[in-house]
Design a binder for this molecule. Structure first.
Ligand code: CMC
Length: 391
């Protein structure tokens, strides 16, 4: 029917041209603007990666200083945000709040929203990168009944977020260098991943000419699902349910049984049919963090046993199902004292750098068209309306 192809889940459709991120799923390669993720993880910082994604090149010292200054000076929230935040139920999920709060940014910056102007577009992108951690921390603190904290702008991006999230005035937050590095590393690894579901959502909304705040809010909504960013929360819940390494066999059997409806969370990827390069980096970091913080988390034993058993199992081998980025990230977040319901929010903070970069790229693209897929119609053929009294 029609002159289009049925492509369920867009497994074979390129929806745009993009110069931001390259993935070779068979070889397990991930490049941001041409730079291997392994090198960025080792040598860069999240904010530098955000600059790279947005601008295409690594910044010079001066360019970085200007960018950091700009991001730092857009971290505050309008006071009226509090009223909006306090309208949520006290036990709302932080992802629900984040979606609403980001959408509402469009109402705060409405007058400044001339998306035809490249400078206004750039500023909107910076505002989003700057404010997402402030909003995320505020959502969490509200959900546990703590007063919101202002951003401490003498700190750098990642540590500033951790202070907003966890600090109480009487107990200054002591952050070990390894904890700060681990958090920054997780942000780098989650910063972009080409046309995944949430980024495609941002681009689809952006393709209509809608503003960047609501485009990114739509991305957050797409990220929340357990098949996407929600997997990191789901992994930790699954590991806790499995409980002990002895129970791993039963979990694997259940994941292979299609009737069970259960999948191994943190396994498999639409594009990687080899080890997810991010998972390899996180795996090493997990051991380092737990070692240096002196944490003995039994869930790590469960995770390692599960990984070992799945990698040797024919079902997983044949389907090329390897641990993905979210398999280990939750264990690090837990070790750093990040609450489980914040895991997907952490992903959203990092991915904001990617979302705004894609939005900017799309707005600059002369080929940009409204995204408008077709369908295979499976409904009734044309038929005549039947009056109420004849039905
Ligand atoms: N456990 C058990 N079986 C699985 C799993 C899994 N985690 N993942 C895929 N399969 C099976 C699936 O049942 C299917 O089997 P069959 O060919 O017999 O029907 C086969 O592997 C192919 O799966 P698919 O669902 O067609 O693959 P997809 O590319 O549509 O899905 C995925 C990719 C990531 C949604 C899926 O692997 C999954 O649900 N994984 C668990 C959730 C998860 O960890 N998500 C995070 C992804 S990475 C970070 C991110 O994107 O945010």
């Amino acid at each position: 029917t029609g002159c289009f192809t049925y492509d369920n889940g867009f497994t074979a459709t390129a929806s745009c041209r993009s110069a931001i991120t390259y993935i070779d799923g068979d070889a397990g390669v991930l490049l941001y603007r041409g730079y291997p993720i392994e090198q960025l993880a080792e040598k860069s910082s999240f904010l530098e990666v955000a600059y790279l994604l947005m601008n295409g090149e690594l910044p010079t010292k001066d360019e970085f200083a200007t960018f950091e200054h700009e991001v730092t000076h857009h971290t505050m929230m309008h006071e009226a945000f509090r009223t909006f935040l306090y309208g949520f139920r006290h036990d709302a999920h932080p992802m629900a709040m984040l979606t609403g709060m980001l959408g509402s940014l469009a109402s705060f910056y409405h007058n400044k929203l001339d998306i035809e102007d490249p400078e206004q577009r750039r500023l909107a992108a910076i505002r989003l990168i700057a404010k997402v951690p402030t909003i995320a921390a505020a959502c969490y603190r509200y959900s546990i009944g703590w007063p919101i904290r202002y951003p401490r702008n003498n700190l750098e991006y990642t540590t500033r977020f951790l202070h907003m999230l966890k600090e109480v005035p009487s107990e200054p937050l002591e952050l070990s260098p390894v904890a700060a590095k681990a958090m920054d590393l997780l942000f780098i690894l989650h910063a972009d991943h080409e046309q995944n579901a949430s980024t495609s959502t941002v681009r689809l909304v952006g393709s209509t000419g809608a503003n960047p705040y609501v485009s990114v809010a739509a991305g957050v909504a797409a990220l929340w699902g357990p098949a996407h960013g929600g997997a990191n929360e789901a992994v930790l819940k699954m590991l806790a349910e499995i409980g002990r390494p002895e129970n791993v066999g039963a979990a694997i059997a259940k994941a292979k049984d299609k009737e069970s409806g259960f999948r191994l969370m943190g396994f498999g990827h639409r594009v990687y049919k080899n080890f997810d390069p991010r998972a390899k980096i996180i795996r090493t970091m997990t051991h380092k963090v737990l070692g240096e913080l002196g944490i003995n988390d039994p869930l790590l034993d469960v995770a390692m046993k599960l990984e070992e058993a799945a990698l040797q199992d024919d079902y997983f081998i044949q389907r090329k199902l390897y641990p993905n980025v979210d398999f280990y990230s939750g264990i690090i977040y837990k070790a750093l004292g990040i609450p489980v319901e914040m895991f997907t929010v952490m992903f959203a903070i990092a991915r904001t750098a990617g979302w705004v970069s894609h939005w900017l790229e799309q707005q600059n693209d002369p080929e940009n068209k409204i995204g408008r897929p077709r369908q295979i119609y499976t409904g009734s053929p044309s038929r005549d309306y039947v009056d109420f009294d004849k039905r």
